[in-house]
Structures are given as structure tokens and as C-alpha cells.
Design a protein around this ligand. Structure first.
Ligand SMILES: [Zn+2]
Length: 156
């Protein structure tokens, strides 16, 4: 038997250490939480992405009484981008969550389904998508969606 270790590189930033562009994206993700519809979980997630052409797109979680009919913030933003700018790669996506009126302490991490969806956007674009997972004081920066989904399933 052999053992393999999977290493994920995560850069840990404070908000003030981010570039101005990344601060803007985190701010926009936080703003997006205002459009979250989360009467069931009360967990308001916002995402914002920046396309290679500079366009920024917001997304917020949209829940539904029939749970599977809802959609996460990350996919709301990505599917908007894919629908309106199908050929423009996503450079960076930021994710943040608000609960009880406050940004949650720990960086907000995408669910498995969103990781898989984000990976396909990255693979389709043929270049890495930077991921910013924001918490109250700490932001995780990942260079690629692959870092969120080791041993991932792709058709390519
Ligand atoms: Zn999700």
C-alpha cells in the first residue's frame, strides 16, 4: 500500500492586504448578499466575479421551499456570466456570507456542486480562475479552482 498526500496552497490575507481590484470584488460579493433569498437557512451568501474583460457580475443564493430548486450564489453569478459572456474567461470569483447581519467569521467555502461547476468554467476557459473566500477578517486566496477540488472529475 502506498499513501498519497494532496497539497492545497491557500494564501491567507487580511482585507487590507488585498489588491484594490480584489477588495472591490469582495465588497461586491458582500453587497450581493443583500439580494440573497434565504428564508430557510438564514445564511445569506454573495458571490462576485470579474471577467477577463473587466465586467463584474454578482450572484446571491436563492432558496426555494422545494430545496433542490434553489441555487447557490456562486452558480448564480457563474451562470449569469456564462449566459451573457459565454466566451469570456472568469479571472476571479469572491464568495462571502452574512448571518444575523454580520459577515461570518470563517471564510465562506463553496459547496461540492459549486466546486464542480466552477471547475468546468475554469477548464472551459483554459486558464486558472482565482478564488477568494472571504470571512470577517480573513480572506483565503486560491490560484485555481483545482485547489478547491482535488482529484476532480473532468471530461477533458
Ligand atoms: Zn453551492
Amino acid at each position: 500500500m502506498k499513501e498519497k498526500n494532496v497539497v492545497t496552497k491557500i494564501q491567507v490575507y487580511s482585507y487590507t492586504e488585498l489588491t484594490d481590484d480584489d477588495k472591490k470584488l469582495v465588497d461586491l460579493a458582500k453587497e450581493a448578499t443583500n439580494a440573497s433569498y434565504a428564508p430557510y437557512s438564514h445564511f445569506h451568501v454573495g458571490a462576485a466575479l470579474r471577467l477577463e474583460n473587466g465586467v463584474m457580475i454578482k450572484g446571491a443564493n436563492q432558496e426555494n421551499a422545494a430545496f433542490p430548486a434553489g441555487l447557490c450564489a456562486e452558480r448564480s453569478a457563474c451562470f449569469n456570466a456564462g449566459s451573457n459572456y459565454p466566451d469570456v474567461p472568469i479571472e476571479t470569483i469572491a464568495v462571502i456570507a452574512v448571518q444575523n447581519g454580520e459577515v461570518v467569521e470563517d471564510p465562506c467555502s463553496p459547496c461540492g456542486v459549486c466546486r464542480q461547476a466552477l471547475l468546468e468554467f475554469e477548464t472551459r476557459a483554459g486558464k486558472p480562475m482565482q478564488v477568494l473566500l472571504a470571512g470577517r477578517d480573513t480572506i483565503y486566496r486560491l490560484q485555481s479552482v483545482k485547489d478547491l477540488l482535488p482529484l476532480s472529475f473532468t471530461e477533458f
